[in-house]
Design a protein around this ligand. Sequence first.
Ligand code: BG6
Ligand code: MG
Length: 214
Amino acid sequence: NFKLFIFDLDGVLTESSEQHFLAWKKLSDELGISIDEKFNDQLKGISRMDSLERILANGGIAENYSKKQKEDLAARKNEYYVSMISQFTEENLNDGVRELFSKLKKHNILIAIGSASKNAPLLLKKLNIEKYIDYIVNPKNLKSKPAPDIFLNAANKWSIEPRDCVGIEDSVSGISSIKSAGMFAIGIGDQKVLNQADIVYKQTKEVNLLDLLK
Ligand code: BG6
Ligand code: MG
């Protein structure tokens, strides 16, 4: 009896995962490191600072930068990202999302956002879907995915048992996070990559609520 659906944002509700990648790629190019889409799979779902650390480590240059310099690099990436999504509107909402939200409301199922992104409130506003959302997890003082904390934070908001919650994610770290929270995990993407999920759909519009509620 599912009572709460917790959605990841980037790569689930909109394809902003591409802009995250392009912004990291721009920064990496400037630092003389090359990253590709496959390496990017590791960056999906994890925090801004953790992503930067992985990129620098991948380039073998993590030791070259002080804490302050790393903060500046992360801020620079965020500037690129925010400017890349500046043109986003509700046209960027993935197909099927609004319909899925409406169906969840009809079944009296709560909707939360469990994103690692500090830009989540801005992006939800641009996508014009704030009215469907009952709660947005603030990732600020929570452990990053794959720790369960972000998903558990949403369940705790209403003291809902994890087994009554569904998490929806496009990242490997996110699926691990949902599973270690003890929730039902829906993967969006490639079954081979997201093999820890309970069910995987290629795209968000394929999520079949009635099947899941059976
Ligand atoms: C996640 C994305 O949702 O948020 C990552 O999958 C991103 O790519 C992370 O790095 C942090 O986002 P932000 O907007 O706080 O830098
Ligand atoms: Mg994601």
